[in-house]
Write a protein that binds this ligand. Structure first.
Ligand SMILES: N[C@@H](CCC(=O)N[C@@H](CS)C(=O)NCC(=O)O)C(=O)O
Length: 215
């Protein structure tokens, strides 16, 4: 298997955590999102992912894209430990949390969106950071409430073991840190992130320890 990613990509970070939790180690091919205008935009990579986004996973049989689709494929092909609960209602809540991050927060901080705000609307870095803080902050505040409303039990988002929600949360908090979001607003999310950080699957997936890291 070949995994195409970038150390700082939140979506690739999600997949790395999932691979580690499952004990799966695909070969890694870095795709530099900035070098030469962005390797993700070059024809060779677009052949793999026409969206020109990382990650992509070549399973040997086909190329999968979209981090959540990759993670659910992994969960179905390597069922232990499970990343989604068996009970349908709880499973829907876990997916709702993951989608709140992946569909409603993350796209607004994406490189191509920020580049567009910079080049087409003339915004400087201060304005872009404020934009990111606004949308990440509001989104994570809603995520904090989702867990409170869900009467959370255990050290992780939805119980005593990490799953899809935690896999999405931790990279999003990493991005929140990068953009200077005030995280004192999210005590529950921070406590969960600390529980995750103590696990090798999460620690080994951090951007700073990836082979293509520039940290
Ligand atoms: N929904 C996609 C998002 C993928 C995505 O936005 N990837 C970012 C990095 S986190 C990217 O490749 N950005 C390149 C760009 O904006 O040009 C997923 O979950 O895989």
């Amino acid at each position: 298997m070949i995994f195409y990613g970038y150390f700082r990509s939140s979506s690739a970070y999600r997949c790395r955590i999932a691979f580690n939790l499952k004990g799966v180690s695909p070969d890694f091919v870095p795709v530099h999102l900035r070098r030469g205008g962005g390797e993700q935009k070059q024809d060779a990579y677009r052949e793999l992912n026409p969206q020109a986004l990382v990650p992509a996973l070549d399973t040997g049989e086909s190329v999968l894209t979209q981090s959540l689709a990759i993670i659910e494929w992994l969960d179905e092909t390597v069922p232990t430990p499970p990343l989604l609960p068996r009970e349908a209602g709880l499973r829907a809540r876990v997916r709702a949390f993951a989608l709140a991050v992946a569909c409603d927060i993350h796209p607004l901080q994406n490189l191509r969106v920020l580049d567009y705000l910079r080049t087409e609307f003339g915004q400087d870095q201060t304005a872009l950071d404020a934009w990111c803080r606004r949308w990440i902050g509001d989104g994570l505040a809603a995520c904090e409430s989702l867990l409170v409303r869900g009467e959370r039990r255990g050290d992780f988002c939805f119980g005593d073991a990490p799953g899809l929600a935690d896999i999405c949360l931790v990279p999003q908090l990493f991005a929140a840190e990068r953009f200077g979001v005030d995280q004192t607003r999210f005590p529950r999310l921070k406590a969960i992130a600390e529980a995750c950080a103590s696990l090798p699957a999460f620690a080994d997936a951090r951007p700073a320890v990836q082979p293509d890291s520039e940290a």
